[in-house]
Structure formats: C-alpha cells, structure tokens
Write a protein that binds this ligand. Structure first.
Ligand code: SF4
Length: 97
C-alpha cells in the first residue's frame, strides 16, 4: 500500500458525514441531479487525487456515475468538500432521469 495515498476516513467519521448529508438531502426534498450534472461531477472527481475510483477520501462518501441512493454525486444538496463542484439549488434545472 502506498504511503502517500491517504486512507478513507474512519467508519465513525464516514457515518457522521453520511447522516449530516442525509439531513441536508431530506431538507432538499431528496432531490437528485440530472444525468448530465451527475456525469459532470464524476468527471471532476475522476481528475481529483482524493478519488479512489469509488469513494472520496476527504469525506469517505461513495462517488460513482450511478444514480443510486448512496451515491454522493447524485444528491443535489451535496457539494465537494474541497469546493471542486458546488451543491445545486432549486434554480438549477430539475433532474430529468
Ligand atoms: S468530492 Fe471533491 S474531494 Fe472528493 S473526490 Fe470528488 S472532487 Fe475530489
């Protein structure tokens, strides 16, 4: 294992991040992003050194191109912890998928 690649946050930290994100997602009406917005976020993650290929090392969340419930990239209210992509709002176009 490479020593210059930080591991994912601890399970407890990941759980805290998840429930914090879930609270925001609920407050946002469980809105998701469109397929185009999802792929745009994923392309940014794929160029980020914190991306494992399946997760973000900064928050420990799952990041993929799938529009699934547990995918951070699919939730409209989510934002990159390093500000590489923003949370979206009601003013952004609604998800079409
Ligand atoms: S969410 Fe941000 S920090 Fe995490 S992998 Fe994607 S671009 Fe990198």
């Amino acid at each position: 294992m490479s020593t210059d690649t930080p591991p994912l946050p601890s399970f407890v930290t990941r759980l805290k991040h998840f429930f914090s994100a879930l609270t925001q997602h609920a407050a946002d009406g469980f809105e998701k992003v469109s397929e185009e917005q999802l792929q745009e976020r994923l392309s940014i993650c794929q160029q980020c050194p914190s991306f494992t290929g399946t997760h973000c090392r900064e928050c420990g969340c799952s990041c993929s191109g799938n529009n699934t419930f547990l995918n951070k990239l699919a939730w409209r209210s989510e934002a990159c912890p390093l500000s590489k992509w923003p949370a979206l709002t009601e003013e952004t176009p609604p998800a079409t998928n």
